[in-house]
Unconditional design. Structure first.
Length: 436
């Protein structure tokens, strides 16, 4: 009798402990799913119309096209990866085979992810992602550039040491959390930091000085502009709340997301918690301006007054009235949360005007997000306006209402038109489903 009671007791203990293990495991998988969102793994590891994380997305590099890989737990993907193999790829940029990965995989940023977050990510990719059988594609890079050993030299020179993120002493814990997310999983610098000729980001952290997040050269037809404290072309005029709104919904009371940033909002940022978005925003707002003479935007009424009186003699003004003013208004203020403001908008005052020419030629759709499901579309003007008219209207909006962007030439418009670019806006990557 006694024996039986003890046996039952032991069995229920065993059951209890197996339960708590699996609950902990589910939590780890859930945490990993959240972190995979923060790292936007799906954006690169999913082909257009393909299964989530099955790879095959073509990515342009200066030496040719490479394809992202299958990171589902199928044997054609990460099926036989140990935690160490996974960690080596994600934080160190070294594939299981021992060869170095192209830095199109943002491992220089992921190097700062903590060991415990790596374990959660691993749990998610092994247990939370649907396995998909799909062989990886070879790159289209011709020999001898396709040899991977020069990449190892690149990695030796430019990839940072892998080390858990260490906040500076006395740092505000919210700002430190923001730094961890932006400099690490968020890999914001992969687009927003300028690169050297040898393609490494010129800075990987706020502690490296003013270059970090100071804006990129055009990338796939868009400029990932400065996120530093400048009013003119950075985030100096944005409040913390506006930034949180923008990252969560793709819009704020003054701006609308477009280009390559749409995917970042749609696949990654909108899933982050209010606390994490606040941390990101507060951290970005802590980055000082690059230009020591930077001043807040001063609205100038002159253009609005002239247009109001029907005076459209200024170059580009008539193109603006006929094609743009219905939505963005003659005073450049747009309609709150529907059509973005052009007056005082830092997007209009970046050094290069690639993004602006691109959006005028190809139009754009403000993507739907969970918190803001309505979409608004700006039509494409490529067929309606000549190169000269596009140059005139872009120069007009860059120089009106107190904006201080430099004018652009018809030649710049022609170059972009000939490049046959496409706008990216929250496309149909499909929902990421979790396996139970
Ligand atoms: C900006 C694009 C991009 C993002 C974001 C990205 N990856 Fe990658 N990843 C790539 C590319 C491209 C490769 C293949 C590189 C190569 O073949 O040299 C790759 C390779 C890998 C590999 C190596 C696979 C192998 O064959 O050994 C793993 C593992 C991986 N990624 C995991 C992740 C995880 C996890 C995330 C999110 C935390 C992520 N990636 C986010 C582009 C990306
Ligand atoms: C794939 C490249 C890419 C990545 C990665 C990326 N961005 Fe962007 N981002 C862009 C582009 C292009 C723009 C310009 C379009 C726009 O303003 O909506 C932009 C614009 C922005 C803007 C709006 C600035 C303005 O003045 O209108 C903010 C804020 C921003 N990004 C924050 C971030 C943060 C935070 C991260 C990291 C979590 C990040 N971005 C990662 C490409 C990227
Ligand atoms: C039917 C309304 C409509 C018209 C007409 C229109 N736009 Fe837009 N515009 C929009 C919408 C909506 C967006 C946001 C697009 C997105 O998020 O991809 C936008 C975005 C922009 C932006 C990017 C600003 C930002 O921060 O998002 C610029 C610059 C711009 N428009 C300039 C113009 C110019 C110049 C014209 C005339 C040649 C024009 N627009 C005509 C609706 C319009």
């Amino acid at each position: 009798m006694k024996v039986r009671v003890i046996a039952t007791f032991a069995a229920s203990l065993a059951w209890l402990s197996s339960c708590s293990v699996s609950a902990a495991e589910t939590d780890l998988v859930k945490q990993g799913e959240y972190l995979a969102r923060a790292g936007d793994c799906v954006a690169c590891h999913t082909a257009k119309g393909g299964k989530p994380f099955a790879g095959g997305l073509p990515m342009e590099t200066p030496i040719g096209v490479i394809y992202s890989t299958n990171i589902t737990p199928d044997k054609t993907g990460l099926g036989d990866y140990s935690f160490e193999d996974f960690d080596k790829a994600v934080r160190h940029g070294v594939a299981k085979s021992g060869s170095t990965l192209y830095p199109a995989m943002p491992y220089p940023s992921y190097a700062r992810v903590s060991q415990s977050d790596m374990q959660a990510l691993y749990a998610y990719f092994m247990k939370g992602v649907e396995p998909v059988a799909q062989e990886n594609k070879d790159s289209d890079i011709p020999w001898p550039l396709s040899m991977r050993w020069p990449l190892a030299a690149w990695r030796w020179m430019f990839a940072p040491e892998v080390a858990d993120y260490q906040a500076p002493a006395n740092a505000d814990p919210v700002i430190s959390r923001g730094a961890y997310l932006v400099e690490g999983l968020g890999h914001c610098g992969a687009c927003h930091t300028p690169r050297a000729l040898t393609m490494q980001e010129k800075a990987l952290s706020a502690t490296d000085g003013n270059t970090f997040l100071s804006g990129s050269a055009p990338l796939e037809g868009w400029i990932a502009k400065s996120l530093r404290g400048d009013h003119k072309d950075g985030l100096g005029g944005w409040s913390e709340e506006q930034l949180v709104q923008f990252l969560k919904t793709g819009r704020s009371d003054r701006s609308a997301v477009f280009g390559g940033m749409s995917d970042v909002v749609v696949h990654s940022m909108q899933y982050l918690s209010e606390n994490d978005l606040t941390a990101i925003a507060r951290y970005l707002k802590s980055l000082p301006a690059v230009d020591p003479k930077d001043q807040p935007h001063q609205y100038d009424r002159q253009v609005a007054d002239a247009l109001w009186k029907g005076d459209d003699r200024q170059r580009g003004a008539s193109v603006y009235i006929d094609n743009c003013a219905a939505c963005h208004r003659t005073d450049g203020h747009g309609y709150t949360r529907v059509f973005p403001a052009l007056a005082g908008n830092p997007v209009l005052q970046t050094a290069g005007a690639t993004s602006l020419i691109n959006i005028v030629l190809n139009g754009g759709t403000l993507p739907a997000t969970h918190a803001a499901p309505s979409t608004f579309t700006m039509p494409a003007f490529a067929w309606r306006l000549s190169d000269q008219e596009v140059a005139d209207v872009v120069s007009f909006i860059r120089g009106s209402w107190g904006n201080q962007g430099a004018p652009v030439t018809a030649g710049e418009v022609k170059d972009l038109r000939d490049n046959d670019m496409h706008t990216t806006s929250g496309d149909d990557l499909g929902q990421v489903t979790q396996k139970h």
